[in-house]
Write a protein that binds this ligand. Structure first.
Ligand SMILES: *Cc1c(COP(=O)(O)O)cnc(C)c1O
Length: 471
């Protein structure tokens, strides 16, 4: 491809992206294809010769589009949102164009320094504790690809601290125990498995009627484990669980953690960004006592995947766990302590210039846009809850302080399952099923950048029309 070709096709692709985003409502929300359909529409073997690039771009429409589930669709109410925005897309493009690999400060100083500043800006914008600032005595932040990576990094730092660093040589984790509720994200168990702690050493702390951790039970379980000669080392509080958006009480859990020398991680992957709106700063309650924290601009801030903010108040433990310095990675800048090498803050060595899409988004007015969007989503969720309360066929099954509403049919699990399946098959909207304390529920997650009252109203009318007769 010549530079002129690149300019021509690049401009065409930008037009294609804008047309897609502005026209996304015309598509069914979920892809309708069967497994194997997309592959079957492509040649089984790679082309022997270069093809006209216009043909390649045309296949975005012909081949790729039928296999897309439209996360940017305003009637996407599934999972949690993964919204994007124009400035973030341009930041992503700029990062690809620069093609730098920011493993160390010296491999591209701007990649590290813009990222450090973005982490500090986000600390300020979200109202997070000052101990997470890069300029603080012991803390700092880094952009990870996902909350799952952040959780794993937190576990590894905690493991290092709990073993006085001996983990790096002995690898013995047999006495370590971790705690979370059954409502915590699957990445918690996965991270503990990867870290060699294992599922058997993860205690499921019971939750209360609002699906939040029972801290009295945490206290009891920790005491039992200590009595059994084990070492409680890590507890995860979730601020906004995936299933029902429940909020564990961080302050109370932190007291238990403090007393027993445990690391407290707070997973606010979805809801943490809500603190951009000052009236939702309660989301941060108790964070001043946490050892680490994560939230995802790639869910609710219009910064497309992948962009997770990971903060720690104990960077020495993180570096103790992850820093290895072979000769070929030594540099005078890092040795002097004047520069951060982010490879020591994460699992992989290599890293993309992810801070660009955050920087572009913030500078293009993305914070005001996100605050407006967050307020709209929270208001729409409360509006939907009012409508649901007026229909006796439905009931709400969990608190809904922000933008997730979990509802079910009073007719029972089978009826609720059938409702979700029929609504999703319609293509007009997309919901996710969950089970809360043994009861099937339909999650309505309101998080699309362009989701407005008419989309929520239409989704509710769809559910009502498919709900059947009252029992
Ligand atoms: C979405 C979510 C995760 C996983 O996020 P990734 O960035 O996809 O790894 C973890 N925890 C919570 C509470 C979430 O909402």
């Amino acid at each position: 491809m010549t530079p002129d070709d690149f300019r021509q096709h690049g401009h065409a692709l930008i037009d294609w992206i804008a047309d897609y985003i502005e026209g996304v409502e015309q598509f069914p929300v979920a892809s309708q294809v069967q497994p194997g359909d997309i592959r079957a529409s492509l040649p089984e073997h790679p082309p022997a010769a270069a093809e006209p690039f216009t043909d390649v771009l045309a296949d975005l429409d012909r081949v790729v589009m039928p296999g897309i589930t439209h996360w940017q669709h305003p009637s996407f109410f599934a999972y949690f949102p993964g919204n994007s925005s124009y400035p973030a897309i341009l930041g992503e493009l700029a990062a690809a164009g620069l093609g730098v690999q920011g493993m160390s400060w010296v491999t591209s100083p701007a990649c590290t320094e813009v990222e450090t500043l973005m982490m500090d800006w986000m600390q300020e914008l979200l109202g997070l504790p000052a101990k997470f600032l890069s300029t603080s005595a012991h803390g700092g932040g880094v952009i990870h690809g996902s909350a799952s990576e952040a959780t794993l990094a937190s576990i590894l730092a905690a493991r290092w601290r709990a073993t006085g660093g001996s983990i790096n040589t002995t690898g013995d984790t047999s006495h370590l125990v971790a705690y979370a509720t059954s409502q915590a994200h699957s990445s918690i168990e996965k991270g503990l498995r990867i870290a060699g702690i294992g599922t058997a050493q993860l205690r499921m702390v019971p939750h209360d009627g609002s699906f939040a951790m029972r801290v009295d039970e945490l206290e009891r379980m920790v005491a039992d484990d200590i009595a059994a000669g084990l070492t409680p080392f890590w507890v995860c509080c979730t601020r906004g669980t995936t299933s029902s958006m429940a909020f564990d009480r961080v302050g109370l859990a932190a007291e238990v953690a403090r007393r027993h020398g445990m690391w407290l991680h707070v997973d606010a992957a979805m809801s943490g960004i809500g603190a951009l709106a000052p009236e939702h700063r309660w989301i941060n309650d108790g964070l001043e006592l946490a050892d680490s924290y994560c939230t995802n601009p790639h869910k609710w801030m219009g910064v497309n995947f992948d962009c997770d903010l990971f903060y720690t108040a104990d960077r020495a433990a993180l570096l103790g766990a992850l820093s290895i310095l072979p000769e070929y990675l030594r540099s005078a800048a890092a040795a002097s302590g004047a520069a951060i090498d982010y490879r020591d803050w994460q699992i992989p060595l290599g890293r993309r210039f992810r801070a660009l899409k955050l920087w572009f988004t913030i500078r293009a007015g993305g914070v005001a846009d996100a605050v407006e969007m967050i307020r709209r989503h929270v208001a729409l969720t409360q509006q939907l809850a009012e409508w649901v309360r007026l229909d006796e066929r439905f009931e709400i099954v969990a608190p809904h302080p922000l933008n997730l509403l979990c509802m079910r049919l009073t007719a029972g699990d089978e009826a609720t399952d059938a409702l979700i399946a029929r609504a999703n098959d319609s293509g007009a909207a997309l919901f996710t099923r969950t089970v809360l304390d043994g009861v099937v529920a339909c999650r309505v997650s309101i998080g699309g950048r362009t989701t407005d009252e008419r989309h929520v109203r239409a989704a509710w009318q769809l559910l009502q029309s498919l709900a059947g007769e009252p029992t």
